[in-house]
Design a protein around this ligand. Structure first.
Ligand code: TXA
Ligand code: MG
Length: 365
C-alpha cells in the first residue's frame, strides 16, 4: 500500500496508555507505519502525525492529509540517540552534551541531513530536524517500527496543535489510518527547535526546553526577531525559517493578545470584554486562575489556564482552551502573554501566531 492520505475508511482509535499493557496496539500501529500508512501518536509536547521517514511516498501522505505545503520541513523522531548517526550527516560535537541533558525531551536539533532521509522530509533542504521524544508510547512505537518517524503536529495546517486524540480526530478523522490515544499531553506546546548548522546556533522556535537552559550549553544561541522582548516587527521584512509563518496555531475565532501581565492588563481585558459584549459579540477570555474572578459576570466565556506562577500548567492547557472556546463558539478570544522567562517565551510565540502575528501593547499604567 502507498500513502495513507485521503482515505475513505474511518480512522482506527487505539488506547495506548501503557507501553507494556498496550503492546498489541503499539505493534499494530508500527505495522501500519512500516506499510507506509499514517499513524498519529502521543508525544510529551503535542500529538504527532507519523510516517516512515525513509519512505518518500508515505511522507508525501503527511503533507496531503494535513494540507501542508511541501516547503515546510518535518521533524524526524528517533527512539535511540545512536540513531542520530543514520539520519544526520556531520554531527557537531555539542550534540552529545545537548542529547545527554535534554533527550529524550522537547528539543529538536537541526543537523546536516544524511542521504538515508529523503529530501521531501526536509522540504528539499540539506538539513534535518531531529528529536527523541520522551513519551513512553512514542518511544515504544518508534522502536517497534524500527525506522525513524517523520512527524509534524497532527493538525490541519495552520490549525491549533492537538493535545488529545479527540483533537487529532477533529482535524484528521478519515484521512489517517490510526491514532494511538494516551490521553492529554504533558507539556502542551511543541518542542524547541535549534539550528546547529548555523554559526552561532539559532533558536528557530521557542518550546518545551527554555532558552535559558539551552544557553548553559549554547552560550551564543541567538533568538528569532519575533522572540526578542520588543513587540514591533516591520511587516513582511524579516526572513523567517521555513514554517515560521505568522498565522499558525490559530483558532477560528479572532484572537486579541495583550503583551503583558498584571492587574492593568486584566483590567484592559475586562474593558475589551465589556465593549465587545455590548456590541453583541460572543467573547472568550484566557487568563490565569487568579485573574478569572475579575472577569466573572461580564458575559464572557472565561477559561482559567492554571495558577499564574505555573507556566507549565498554562502551557499544558493552552491549545485545549483555544479549541474549547472555538467549540462554544465565540467571535473573539482575549488573552495576555506570560512574560519571556522559561516557557513564557514559547507561550508568547504561540499566542502571537494564533493572533495572526500581532501582539497588542499592554495598557499604560
Ligand atoms: O513538539 C514537536 O516538535 C511536535 C511533536 C509531534 O514532535 N512536532 C512539531 O512538528 O511541532 P511541526 O511540523 O508542527 O513543526 C516543526 C517545526 C516547523 O516550524 C518546521 O519548519 C521546523 O520545525 N523544522 C523542521 N525541520 C526543519 C529544518 N530542517 N530546518 C529548519 N526548521 C525545521
Ligand atoms: Mg505544527
Amino acid at each position: 500500500m502507498s500513502s495513507g492520505a485521503h482515505r475513505d475508511s474511518p480512522t482506527e482509535v487505539l488506547r495506548a496508555f501503557d507501553a507494556h499493557a498496550d503492546a498489541a496496539a503499539i505493534a499494530h500501529a508500527a505495522e501500519l507505519l512500516c506499510a507506509g500508512q499514517l499513524v498519529a501518536f502521543p508525544t510529551e509536547t503535542v500529538y504527532g502525525l507519523g510516517a516512515d521517514a525513509t519512505n518518500a511516498a508515505a511522507v508525501a501522505g503527511i503533507f496531503s492529509a494535513k494540507e501542508r505545503p511541501l516547503s515546510d520541513p518535518l521533524i524526524v523522531h528517533l527512539a535511540h540517540v545512536a540513531d542520530v548517526r543514520a539520519v544526520a550527516g556531520e554531527i557537531p560535537s555539542v550534540v552529545e552534551p545537548l542529547a545527554a541533558r535534554f533527550w529524550p525531551g522537547p528539543l529538536t536539533l537541526v543537523l546536516p541531513r544524511s542521504a538515508y532521509i529523503p529530501p521531501i522530509v526536509a522540504a528539499g533542504g540539506r538539513t534535518v530536524g531531529v528529536r527523541l521524544p520522551a513519551h513512553p508510547i512514542a518511544r515504544a512505537l518508534i522502536a517497534a517500527a524500527g525506522v525513524p518517524i517523520a512527524a509534524p503536529s497532527a493538525n490541519r495546517f495552520t490549525h491549533t496543535s492537538p493535545t488529545t486524540a479527540a483533537h487529532v480526530l477533529a482535524d484528521l478523522d478519515g484521512r489517517i489510518a490510526c491514532v494511538l490515544d494516551a490521553g492529554p499531553c504533558a507539556v502542551g506546546v511543541e518542542s524547541t527547535v535549534v539550528d546547529l548548522t548555523s554559526s552561532p546556533p539559532r533558536l528557530l522556535r521557542p518550546g518545551g526546553v527554555s532558552a535559558e537552559a539551552l544557553r548553559d550549553l549554547l552560550p551564543d544561541l541567538t533568538l528569532p526577531v519575533s522572540a526578542e522582548p520588543t513587540t514591533a516587527e516591520p511587516p513582511g521584512a524579516p526572513q523567517r525559517a521555513p514554517g515560521q509563518m505568522e498565522r499558525h496555531y490559530a483558532p477560528r475565532a479572532r484572537l486579541l493578545v495583550f503583551d503583558g501581565v498584571g492587574e492593568a492588563v486584566v483590567r484592559a481585558i475586562a474593558a475589551e470584554v465589556r465593549a465587545r459584549a455590548a456590541q453583541g459579540q460572543r467573547v472568550g477570555a484566557l487568563v490565569a486562575d487568579e485573574e478569572a474572578a475579575a472577569l466573572a459576570g461580564l458575559g464572557a466565556q472565561v477559561v482559567a489556564l492554571g495558577p499564574a506562577g505555573d507556566l507549565a500548567a498554562i502551557a499544558r492547557g493552552l491549545y485545549a482552551a483555544l479549541r474549547e472556546l472555538d467549540a462554544v463558539p465565540v467571535d473573539t478570544i482575549i488573552a495576555h502573554t506570560f512574560g519571556e522567562a522559561g516557557l513564557g517565551l514559547a507561550l508568547r510565540d504561540r499566542l502571537r501566531r494564533a493572533a495572526g502575528g500581532v501582539l497588542t501593547p499592554p495598557p499604560d499604567v
